[in-house]
Ligand binder design. Structure first.
Ligand code: AMP
Length: 622
């Protein structure tokens, strides 16, 4: 057969490699077979696994369709939407936790754990159960196949801890991860756009709860994500909600406010709304029909497609605004986009397709099932990684800038946001205090200029530095992001070879909202941030100048006349006072004044250096 097999152990067992779309609601495996990616089927049905796990009173956990069916009767022991918890801490989940039917807490590492049947279980453990089930389905699709490796997809906005948590899940499920791939990247692979020399591709992904857009470029076989943007609170569920709101408004005369808030009413309204929405994707009008046997309610109202489109127009516009933003990030005009790919069930809504077509000025690809595109692309990527024929290289981008804290609380950015990964950047740093033998590094993520306004990803220490004068050690700090988006930071002192490294730990991650918020804050505070950063840099400079003056004050007393010395002393006091302030202007003035007042001292010191050099000493020895 043409599917990817590692080797044939005997006639009966085959090791297979698959692509997995590990989704919030559903997960789906696909495989490369007969020269194209294909969704795996079991008994004629796609091998789709609802991403739901139920923990029964006794016996092993139940995963998938059966677990989803049990959610109604056993909600406190049924876990759904685990993907939203991956790589997160409790603080990130404030909104989600209130609506959860089960208790959640945090372990000592800041990792969320869910309490079911007196047991605490982490998100990667739950995800591992889902992955295991997906593999079993894939194996059932073949006679005696065994899944050994997989390409697993994650949202483009997943940060490092979230990707790590996904890897952990695969490890727990006993699967080797060939690569973690961004969902939009997989989608464009599914369409084989790498083969067409497509140029620039936009991937528009509108699901039930979230929206993502990515701009990719394909050049000479290199596949690169140029920019990503999104909205975590935008999807088909919001379309349903607008129809529910319409029903509630029109039923206000018939039902009491309590009845309109009743969970049973709301659940029935949501189901009726979705049914009506699905029908409107193909019919010009459909009845929104609700009946509640308990209250004797039976209500019907015809909704035209036009009316529905009017309701959802502002939501569609929000997604289009995101598209505009990602193009601006990629510094591209809409006319530069050569192909548009649609992903997610909600892209079946004709008005969504029309809006996307209008914005990009071209017809989007709709040939593949928008719910299967990501899994198909994952299988295509697996085939490439297994040494298949498609000669492509995949690159993604970092959603936020990465850097370290420098003296005075400023941020030195080593990797700018939207940089292509894998990537590395090395920058030189030095010590700030004489005889310093250790340096603390704080690894940061965000767009702001001050460390405290960014998110701390981790801290580490470089110890064992030889005691040298301030400014002498040459410390190379290297940031490396691998193809899966995992960050490793290394600091090395060149002369002594002392080295320290961290792989950024899976502390809890950022919500997509926070990523958006941090980007926005970066824009909103650009001027203030610039000033704050400049002030921090100037204060650090003043600190260095003051220490140098103090160190050489004896020489100043010896060689400078009284007036110059008084002037220096005055400037010194003023500069010291300025470092207590936050306003840029007085700090700048004090620093300039200090520089001016210390120029005569600097001249004397330079003179001495030259004299000593002439008398046979090397500059470095001084
Ligand atoms: P996904 O998260 O990609 O599975 O997308 C699920 C969302 O797509 C849900 O909100 C569905 O109601 C919506 N959806 C699926 N099929 C259609 C359709 N034919 N027309 C409109 N919305 C749809």
């Amino acid at each position: 057969m043409g599917y990817i097999e590692l080797d044939v152990i005997d006639d009966r067992q085959k090791k297979i490699v698959i692509g997995i779309d590990l989704g919030t609601t559903n997960s789906l495996p696909a495989i490369w077979m007969d020269d194209r990616p294909q969704i795996l089927h079991v008994e004629g049905q796609p091998a789709l696994v609802p991403s739901v796990v139920n923990f029964p009173e006794s016996g092993p956990p139940i995963v998938g369709h059966e677990a989803r069916a049990r959610a109604v009767i056993d909600p406190t022991n049924t876990i759904f939407s685990i993907k939203r918890f991956m790589g997160r801490g409790l603080a990130d989940l404030e909104v989600d936790t209130r609506t959860l039917p089960y208790a959640i807490s945090e372990n000592e590492n800041g990792v969320v754990q869910i309490e079911v049947r007196g047991r605490k279980i982490t998100p990667p453990e739950v995800s591992a159960l889902i992955l295991r089930k997906v593999c079993e389905q894939a194996e059932a699709a073949f006679e005696n196949g065994e899944v050994v490796s997989a390409v697993i997809t994650v949202p483009a906005y997943f940060d490092d801890p979230q990707r790590q948590a996904t890897r952990d899940a695969a490890r727990l499920a006993g699967i080797e991860v060939l690569r973690i791939v961004n969902e939009p990247t997989a989608a464009s692979l599914a369409y084989g756009l790498d083969q067409k020399g497509a140029g620039t591709v936009a991937v528009y992904d509108l699901g039930g709860g979230t929206f993502d857009v990515s701009v990719l470029s394909i050049e000479e076989g290199v596949f690169q994500v140029l920019a990503t943007s999104g909205d975590t609170q935008l999807g088909g569920d919001d379309f349903d909600r607008l129809l529910v709101d319409l029903a509630r408004t029109e039923l206000a005369g018939q039902l009491s406010p309590e009845e309109l808030r009743d969970p049973a009413f709301l659940q029935a309204a949501r189901l009726a709304a979705e049914k009506c929405k699905l029908a409107l994707s193909k019919d010009p009008e459909h009845d929104l029909h609700m009946s509640l046997p308990g209250s004797g309610l039976s209500w019907r109202r015809t909704i035209t497609r036009e009316e529905f489109e009017g309701l959802i127009a502002p939501l569609i516009q929000r997604s289009i605004d995101c598209c505009a933003r990602s193009l601006a990030d990629a510094e591209l005009e809409t006319s530069a986009v050569n192909e548009v790919v649609l992903v997610g069930g909600s892209t079946r809504v004709p008005a969504v397709r029309a809006a996307v077509e209008k914005f990009f000025g071209r017809k989007p690809h709709t040939e593949l099932d928008p719910d299967q595109v990501v899994a198909l692309g994952a299988a295509a990527q697996a085939q490439v990684l297994m040494g298949g024929t498609r000669d492509i290289l995949l690159m993604d981008v970092t959603p936020l800038s990465l850097g370290i804290e420098t003296v005075g609380g400023a941020v030195a950015k080593l990797i700018e946001r939207n940089s292509t990964v894998p990537c590395s950047h090395t920058e030189g740093f030095t010590t700030y205090v004489d005889g310093q033998t250790a340096i603390d590094f704080r690894v940061l993520q965000g767009e702001r200029e001050l460390a405290d306004d960014c998110r701390t990803l981790g801290r580490f220490k470089l110890t064992g530095l030889p005691a040298m004068p301030a400014g002498m050690p040459r410390i190379a700090v290297r940031f490396h992001i691998d193809a899966d988006g995992v960050l490793t930071v290394t600091a090395k002192e060149k002369a002594s070879g002392v080295e320290s490294t961290i792989e950024v730990k899976p502390m809890h991650g950022l919500t997509d909202d926070e990523v958006e918020g941090m980007l926005q804050a970066g824009f909103d505070n650009a001027k203030e941030d610039f000033d704050a950063r400049r002030a921090a840099d100037l204060k650090a400079e003043i600190g260095i100048m003051l220490r140098a003056i103090e160190k050489n004050f004896d020489q100043a007393r010896e060689h400078l006349d009284k007036e110059t010395l008084d002037d220096l002393e005055e400037a010194r006091v003023a500069a010291q006072a300025a470092t207590e302030q936050d306003d840029l202007k007085p700090i700048q003035t004090a620093r300039d004044r200090l520089e001016e007042a210390s120029t005569p001292l600097a001249a004397i010191l330079m003179d001495n250096v030259v004299k000593q050099a002439v008398s046979g000493k090397k500059l470095e020895d001084l």
